[in-house]
Structure formats: C-alpha cells, structure tokens
Write a protein that binds this ligand. Structure first.
Ligand SMILES: Cc1cc2nc3c(=O)[nH]c(=O)nc-3n(C[C@H](O)[C@H](O)[C@H](O)COP(=O)(O)OP(=O)(O)OC[C@H]3O[C@@H](n4cnc5c(N)ncnc54)[C@H](O)[C@@H]3O)c2cc1C
Length: 319
C-alpha cells in the first residue's frame, strides 16, 4: 500500500495537523511518504522524516512560493502517476481542501473528507467519518485508487518516531493554466500567544458573552492563564470573533489541559471539538445547560461577574 501525505507548512514549520496525519498513516505499518511543496523548503524534509515519512519528496520552486492550489495539484498529480501512489492524505485547511478537491477532479479519484480516523480492515483501508451532527461515526471507503482523504483539523497529535526520511527532489512539470493565478498580497492576522491548536489552556466564549465586546474579558483571562481564545460557531457566524478560533465539528478539534467555556451551551457540534480536553470548566447562568453534563467543574452564574474575578484571582496567584 503506497501512501503519500501532503505536508503543509507555514513560516518555516511543518503544520502540526499534517504531521499528525503522517504519524497516523505511518502507524498503519506501511512505509509512508510525505510531500513538501514551496520555495526554500528543503530544510523541512528532516522534520518530516522524524515524524514518520520514510521518503520525503520535495519540490523547491519559486512557482510554488505562494500558497496557491493549482501548481500543487500539478506536483501531486505528477507524483501519484509516476510512483503509482494509491492513497493521498491531507489535514484539513483552506489550502488543503482546495488542493484535495482539485486533485480529485484531475485524477478522477474519490475523496472522503471530514475524516476523524483511518484503519485497515482485512487489508482494506477504511475511513471513519462523523455523521448526523456527530452523533454517529460511519465507515467510509473507496471503490478505486488513488484514494484521497481529508482529515478534520487536529484529530491526531504528531508522534516523533526519530527516523530519517530519504529525500527525493521533484521537478514539477507545471500546466500552463496552473500558473495563471497570481498572489498579489497576503495579510496575516496579528496574533499574540499560542494558537488554539497548540495551547495547553483555551478560554472559549459563546453567545452568553452578550456582545463582541464580551471577548475582551475572555482574552484577558486567556492572557492571564497563558492560553488561547476559542469560540463557538454561533459567535463566529455573528462576526464576533475570527473563524480561525472556532472549535467544533466545522471548526477545530482541540485537546488542551484546561478548557474554560464561558457562556457556551455545549451543543453536540461544539462538544465534539473539545471533549478531548483534560479538564473542562463551564461558566453558564443556566443550571440546565447541556455543557454541565460533561464539564468537570461547573459554575452557575453570570460570565460578566465571574470571568473578570477569575482573571483577578489568576493574576494574584501568578504574581
Ligand atoms: C452542521 C452544523 C455544524 C456546526 N458546527 C459547529 C461548530 O463547529 N462549533 C460550534 O460551536 N457550533 C457548531 N454548530 C452550532 C451549534 O449547534 C450551536 O448552535 C452553537 O455551538 C451554539 O453556540 P453558543 O453555545 O455560543 O450559543 P447558545 O447555544 O445560544 O448558548 C449560549 C449559552 O450562554 C448562556 N448564557 C447566556 N447569558 C449568559 C451569561 N450572562 N452568563 C453565563 N452564561 C450565559 C446560555 O444559558 C446558553 O447556554 C454547528 C451546527 C450545525 C447544524
């Protein structure tokens, strides 16, 4: 079984999500390759080896500098065809979803997305996909090769195996049409502190904050705890907080040591993204809110009173 994992990178580091998928694929017991596409990226190959890639294909080309999908589809399609690769796996991101969908069209291949796990059953690869609002997991398969799979963000933690992958350079033959799009400008959001994928503490806010301004006190508490800010889809959809912070079925999966949910009801679609947290603390004024059914510690009360007090206490303790 030949498997290739698309390894996304950002600011000189391989993305944790892709490394998690790499580790998962390598754990199935067959040699797995990784592919790194970009400009000035050869140095990342060693990291891919340490996280489970037996072979690391690298295309280091200025035409791959901008994070655009089509030139990457050329590289992946070429490699799949040349090496007879049977399975290509991706970790969810905006770029990966674009590439996976375009690669499926290019290769006439089946793509299963929103996967949360992968296993081999009697030599057949089977994906696990959540369905019916995450109330059940269903088995999904592929009827032809190559099989393409896109995993939900953050479902696997990277595992260092200590190996050294073999580097193979790839000369991509770009299609003319793939180079027509140009990235004119890239703007990065100014952030400080850890990202929600990496944070060991997350303070998350929901509609119970009452207004976008309510996130001010959530940010203060997160800062005092050295953590990151998360949000529910309800507030992200309302434009109160950026989409990148959304936790849940259609957002990110997180598993910090501590998750503080402020004014969050605990809908199933939110729960599936954070139930792996070690300790869940919920602050909600409704004693019957579903979040209290799975929180380790519940505080029944108004977030506007409790959160600022908690921040004060944390600051007093840490000084
Ligand atoms: C297909 C699909 C995918 C979805 N994906 C996601 C997802 O990825 N992530 C996600 O989060 N949701 C997702 N949702 C939406 C989800 O179903 C809920 O609607 C959402 O999580 C609710 O967000 P909330 O808890 O902020 O708001 P609400 O459900 O409105 O809860 C607000 C809570 O705040 C409490 N409250 C109000 N005022 C205060 C106060 N002053 N102090 C303390 N508590 C107070 C209330 O008692 C209530 O429990 C999805 C839905 C669908 C259908």
């Amino acid at each position: 079984m030949t498997t290739l994992v698309f390894l996304e990178h950002h600011e000189g580091e391989l993305q944790k999500g892709s490394l998690g998928v790499l580790g998962k694929a390598a754990g199935l017991g067959h040699p797995v390759s990784g592919i790194i596409l970009g400009s000035g990226v050869e140095g990342l190959a060693a990291d891919a080896g340490r996280y489970g890639a037996a072979t690391v294909y690298v295309a280091d080309d200025l035409r791959l500098e901008a994070p655009l999908p089509q030139p990457r589809v050329d590289a992946l399609a070429q490699l799949v065809e040349e090496k007879g690769i049977e399975t290509v796996l991706f970790a969810q991101s905006i770029l990966s979803a674009d590439i996976a969908a375009a690669l499926a069209a290019r290769l006439d291949a089946g793509l299963n997305w929103q996967l949360v796990d992968l296993e081999e059953q009697d030599g057949v690869l089977v994906g696990k996909q959540s369905a019916l609002g995450d109330s059940v997991l269903v088995d999904v398969g592929w009827t032809s090769t190559p099989r393409l799979g896109l995993f939900r963000a953050g479902v696997f933690d990277p595992v260092e195996t200590g190996g050294a992958g073999t580097l193979e350079r790839l000369d991509v033959r770009f299609e003319e049409h793939s180079l027509l799009a140009e990235m004119l400008e890239q703007a990065h959001e100014e952030t400080s502190g850890p990202s929600i994928e990496d944070a060991s503490v997350i303070v998350a806010g929901g509609r119970g904050l009452g207004a976008p301004e309510g996130f001010g006190m959530v940010e203060e508490l997160a800062k005092a705890l050295g953590g990151a800010v998360g949000a529910t889809r309800a507030v992200v959809d309302a434009g109160w907080y950026p989409y990148a912070s959304q936790v849940g079925q259609t957002g990110k999966n997180v598993s910090p040591a501590l998750y503080v949910a402020c004014g969050i009801s605990g809908a199933i679609q939110h729960k599936v993204g954070m139930q792996g947290s070690k300790v869940i603390v919920a602050i909600n004024k409704d004693p019957n809110a579903p979040i209290f059914e799975f929180a380790d510690l519940g505080v029944v009360g108004d977030v506007n009173q409790i959160v600022p007090k908690l921040t004060e206490l944390v600051r007093a303790r840490s000084s």
